[in-house]
Design a binder for this molecule. Structure first.
Ligand code: PEP
Ligand code: MG
Length: 785
């Protein structure tokens, strides 16, 4: 659907442009062709509800009508048999479907796919390669156009149209068919996979005879592929353990003590594993569990009940329920936030007592299906060895997706609560590259995925890092910095290949925990980062929570529009104690280092000055305490709220640097929610308002002599990098995975040319005009990818 809107928008712009400017329509697609793309993009949604045959038939009907063709056919390639099979046709004899087959390289259709080229013939049937199939009525149609359908290097099939004599296909038709074929590639790939499952007779997408799903489409939040038995994670509320008040088997006090001892050993072991995996969470994520395990009020009360004759499991439940009630009703946030910890701890003690399989053993090497997860839960599960996650509600915690990327756990969101009813250990193939889920996948599908995995690994290995400083074609230096969410992200690059950390999203260590980290805990985490950097700059962004970055332990009052609500710097200014703790931890950790601190979501000079004043108070406090700290950090701000653009010169006079958060700048400038898939196509970074805002911000920063960097996603998109350099940006901050490509892209760019191109783009009045300029720049510069 997203593409639908994009194409619709482009269509409107083309329409206007051709009316006012006599644009030579012969060079571009006609509006009817564009309408066709719109309709085809809608087929994706049809596919979710309809049968494969229906969907294929609808496709050929649509293409035939829009292309004014007498025949349209789709051939799908089966690499196992090596056959191209006619799967749908409009115009040829319907009986030919599934009957006409050819080998790769056989006939015009087989040749188009073998050689991966478009074949156009005015008189197709006189080409020596043409293969005639009697009974199809094909002899009636002379004009022939075959376009291979591929995804990456993977052959999917061929789309063919034919017309009667005297009505040949022209250049414009080829362009439209090329666009159509690429538009259809994903849909047909799914269909192809499903067809292969049907060879081992299997049902249509949706529910099978046994009431099980076969294939579901969702939205990928963290890429990767996993094949494993699935485990449905029940909400703790539904945990039968806590509803059972009586237990048939009688246990002794000794057994209870052994259960406590085993729980302690397990917790210490988990703590060690967390430390190995994520230093951010290392500072005693299980501290409160271990403390409660020794607490007389909690464990002691259970012991007392057992001593006067209560059966241990009943004592555990009784004390748990008492504490849970007390904690959840407490007006103190710090106490309320402990509820999750006591639930977790009690469950562990109980499992050990009843000799039930501990959860971590249940989750190891499994794909987890859950309604929703808090980031801290995802962290625990990843420590426990899960290899993939399916969440049936996108919900407020969708930042769990960003965390999953840092943890390298494939994650797909699917709005299908019925998945929570799947039987335990059913085999699932999670294709988080595409956002697809296959339940009990057929052998063929599994084999295909294994093959794809091999290709992907080979491609990744080829993505080599350019060593040393990042240079442009003309030898100018650009600073390529790293964006990190968790310290573990640092493991993906060598410090020698980056110019520092341009954005550390410090909210992530807050999100993966069960409670607010103290100043000491934060200091410990931040120091670990600073120590690794060999004196290269580290840019700490202060807490940017709210919106979809929620803390499991903090009860945010409900807001109608959380993205416009009490979030980010507003939250920090409202909770000055937490804000100061964080700033103090950063200043202390940054002692002797190249330290930069920036405030997120600044919307006015007042807010910046207020934040800076609090930082000054922290500096003064630390000075008086005689602490070791960084007395001269650079203090900058994120430029991501449109209200600062008109007053940017004033901010440039006050801030030590700017870091442009294009993700939010775009969202708030064009009023398009960055997390809403339905409006994704309207989220257009090259909107003239965005380009001109970026230029204005860069100009103000350069005039004031301060650094201006881009740390939003625009910095990692090859097609925008020439523009960014062209307006004077020399700092790009991107996720580790993009660094090799960004460095490669820079080598193709000449700064002088980029400046001239940027000027043209800034003069562009419509999105479409700018898009054309971006496309031609990408082609001329030969950007990688
Ligand atoms: C941005 O808004 O561009 C940015 C980098 O910050 P975040 O994605 O964390 O909001
Ligand atoms: Mg932002």
């Amino acid at each position: 659907m997203a593409l639908y809107w994009k194409v619709r928008l482009i269509s409107t712009v083309i329409h206007r442009y051709t009316r006012h400017n006599n644009f030579p329509t012969g060079d571009i697609m006609t509006t009817d062709h564009i309408k066709m793309l719109c309709d085809i993009s809608e087929l994706n949604s049809l596919f979710e509800e309809s049968s494969i045959d229906n969907c294929l038939q609808k496709t050929v009907d649509m293409v035939a009508e829009h292309m004014n063709a007498d025949v349209c056919s789709i051939y799908i390639y089966d690499e196992n048999s090596g056959d191209l099979v006619l799967k749908a046709t409009r115009g040829l004899d319907p009986q030919s479907v599934n009957r006409i087959t050819m080998k790769l390289g056989e006939g015009l259709v087989g040749t188009a796919l073998k050689e991966l080229r478009i074949i156009r013939e005015d008189r197709g049937n006189s080409n020596p390669l043409f293969k005639f199939y009697p009974g199809t009525n094909e002899e009636l149609y002379e004009a022939f156009l075959a376009v291979p359908i591929v995804r990456g290097r993977y052959r999917i099939g061929v789309l063919v149209i034919q017309r009667k004599r005297g009505n040949p296909f022209v250049e414009q038709d080829i362009m439209a068919m090329k666009a159509t074929a690429s538009q259809l590639a994903t849909l047909l790939e799914h269909i192809k996979l499903l067809l292969s499952t049907q060879q081992v007779p299997s049902p249509e997408p949706g529910i099978t005879d046994q009431g099980l799903y076969r294939f579901l489409k969702g939205k990928s939040a963290s890429k990767g592929i996993a094949l494993a038995p699935a485990v449905v994670k029940k909400d703790i509320k539904h945990d039968i353990l806590f509803r059972r008040k009586t237990f048939e088997e009688i246990f002794t006090l000794e057994q209870f003590e052994t259960a406590l001892k085993n729980t302690e050993i397990q917790l210490e072991d988990m703590q060690r594993r967390v430390e190995e995996k994520l230093a951010d969470a290392a500072s005693l994520i299980f501290a409160s569990h271990l403390l409660m395990l020794k607490d007389q009020g909690f464990v002691g009360a259970m012991r007392d009940m057992i001593r006067i004759g209560e059966n241990p499991p009943s004592a555990i439940v009784a004390i748990f329920l008492k504490y849970k009630g007390l904690f959840s009703e407490s007006p103190n946030l710090l106490i309320r936030e402990k509820v999750q910890d006591i639930e977790d701890l009690t469950k562990r003690i109980m499992n050990n007592l009843l000799q039930q399989v501990p959860e971590e053993a249940v989750y190891r090497d499994r794909i987890i299906i859950a309604r929703d997860l808090f980031p801290s839960e995802l962290l625990m599960l990843s420590i426990e060895g899960i290899i993939g996650v399916i969440l049936v509600s996108g919900g407020v915690t969708s930042h769990v997706g960003i965390l999953a990327r840092s943890l390298k756990v494939p994650l797909v969101f699917i709005d299908e609560p019925d998945l929570l009813g799947l039987p335990e250990n059913i085999m699932v193939l999670l294709d988080a590259e595409q956002g697809n889920v296959y339940i009990s996948p057929a052998e063929e599908i599994v084999a295909r995925f294994r093959e794809q995995e091999k290709t992907r690994t080979a491609l990744n290995e080829r993505q080599t890092m350019i060593k040393g400083p990042a240079l442009t074609k003309d030898g100018s230096q650009v600073r390529v910095m790293l964006n990190i969410n968790l310290l573990s992200d640092m493991q993906q690059v060598s410090i020698d290949d980056i110019d520092g950390v341009g954005l550390y999203r410090t909210e992530f260590p807050f999100m993966i925990r069960n409670s607010f980290p103290s100043e000491e805990e934060q200091y410990f985490i931040y120091k670990k980062l600073v120590d690794q950097m060999n004196g290269k700059p580290v840019t700490f962004r202060t807490l940017d929570i709210g919106g979809d970055k929620v803390l499991s332990y903090y009860d945010v009052p409900r807001e109608e529009n959380p993205f416009l609500g009490m979030r980010s710097i507003r939250f920090s200014l409202q909770h000055e104690d937490l804000f100061k703790q964080q700033i103090r931890a950063i200043l202390r950790a940054g002692a002797g280092s190249n330290l930069k601190i920036m405030f997120p979501m600044i919307s006015s000079l007042d807010e910046f000055l207020q934040s800076r004043a609090i930082l000054d108070v922290c500096l003064e406090e630390l000075r008086r305490e005689g602490a070791e700290y960084n007395a001269e950090p650079l203090v900058g701000m994120m430029v991501e709220i449109p209200s600062v653009v008109p007053i940017i010169e004033d901010l440039a006079d006050e801030a030590d640097f700017f870091s442009i958060g294009t993700n939010d700048l775009i969202q708030y400038t064009i009023a398009v929610d960055r997390t809403n898939e339905k409006v994704a196509a309207m989220y257009i970074p090259h909107h003239p308002a965005i380009l001109r805002s970026l230029e204005k911000i860069a100009r103000a920063g350069i005039a004031a002599g301060i650094e201006v960097s881009i740390c939003g996603d625009m910095a990692n998109q090859e097609r925008y990098i020439p523009f960014l350099l062209g307006i004077g940006i020399t700092y790009l901050s991107v996720d580790a995975m993009y660094i090799p490509r960004v460095k490669k892209t820079l080598l193709e760019i000449d700064i002088k040319e980029a400046r001239a191109r940027a000027q043209k783009m800034l003069a562009g009045r419509t999105i479409m005009e700018i898009e054309t300029l971006l496309d031609s720049a990408a082609e001329e510069i030969k950007l990688p990818g």
